[in-house]
Structure formats: structure tokens, C-alpha cells
Design a protein around this ligand. Structure first.
Ligand SMILES: C[S@@+](CC[C@H](N)C(=O)[O-])C[C@H]1O[C@@H](n2cnc3c(N)ncnc32)[C@H](O)[C@@H]1O
Length: 130
């Protein structure tokens, strides 16, 4: 077994992420693979996802990869909005806007059909790195 093989096993099994999370006594934020598993478990087939706080659009892209009809996401920070926007711009499932969640939520609720399942990931908040 080469060092590359070992690196691959460590990466694939998320050992480093899990170890770091354990070192933080499982404090938030959880590793991405945990976040994705939770969101995936709660996703309703064909639903609309609403995410507040796009940040790097990583969750946005993950949600769009599931069996969903649309992902609405908003990010008020001009810097975060613009830096990641290119990564979702061509995806017809994703509607990304530079807006604050309390404003965008009203527009989305007025726009979508009332019988369509809606899943919420309300993750828009001040972050220490802003
Ligand atoms: C923890 S990050 C979001 C991470 C992202 N949802 C993910 O899963 O990768 C929080 C983001 O919320 C944004 N934010 C802060 N206030 C907000 C608000 N009122 N509405 C929407 N987003 C907001 C911040 O600019 C920041 O990018």
C-alpha cells in the first residue's frame, strides 16, 4: 500500500474532518459530510429547497444535486455573493440572489405553488470571518 492509497482512504472516510470535529467536542459547524447527510435525509422528493446564507454555495450545489425541483438561496454579502455565483450561474435548478433572507423569503413564498413541498435550511447568520 502506497502513501497515496493511505491518503485516499483517510480522505474518503472523512477521518480528518471527523477527528477535528471530535477535538472541538462536536461543536458547530459539523463536517460537510454530516451536514449533507442530514439535509439529504430531510429532503422531500421533488421539493423546493430554501437556503438562507449561500456563502460559498457548497450546500446550494449539493441540494441541487438531489431529487429536487428548485433551490432558492440568498446571500446579502456582496463579496460572498459574487465570489461563488459563477459556480451556480449555469444551473437551471438554482435561483441565487444577493438579498437578505427576510426579504427574499417573502418573495419566494409569494412565488411558489402552495401545495409544493418546501424544505428550509435557515443558515443565514453573522459569521466571525465576515
Ligand atoms: C454559515 S454561512 C452559510 C453557509 C452555507 N449555508 C453552507 O451550508 O455552506 C452564513 C452566511 O449567512 C450570511 N448571512 C448573514 N446574514 C444574513 C441574512 N440576514 N440573510 C441571509 N444570509 C445572511 C453570511 O453572509 C454568511 O455567508
Amino acid at each position: 500500500m502506497t502513501k497515496n492509497d493511505i491518503d485516499k482512504i483517510i480522505r474518503q472516510n472523512h477521518f480528518v474532518e471527523f477527528y477535528n470535529w471530535h477535538q472541538r467536542d462536536f461543536a458547530a459547524p459539523s463536517p460537510r459530510f454530516i451536514k449533507n447527510a442530514v439535509l439529504s435525509r430531510h429532503s422531500i422528493p421533488g421539493c423546493i429547497w430554501y437556503e438562507s446564507g449561500s456563502y460559498r454555495y457548497e450546500t446550494t450545489r449539493f441540494l441541487a444535486s438531489l431529487n429536487v425541483s428548485k433551490v432558492y438561496t440568498c446571500e446579502p454579502s456582496p463579496q460572498f455573493f459574487e465570489e461563488g455565483y459563477v459556480s451556480v450561474a449555469g444551473n437551471s435548478k438554482i435561483i441565487a440572489v444577493r438579498e437578505e433572507s427576510t426579504v427574499f423569503m417573502r418573495r419566494v413564498l409569494a412565488e411558489i405553488e402552495s401545495m409544493q413541498p418546501l424544505c428550509l435550511f435557515l443558515d443565514g447568520h453573522y459569521s466571525p470571518w465576515e
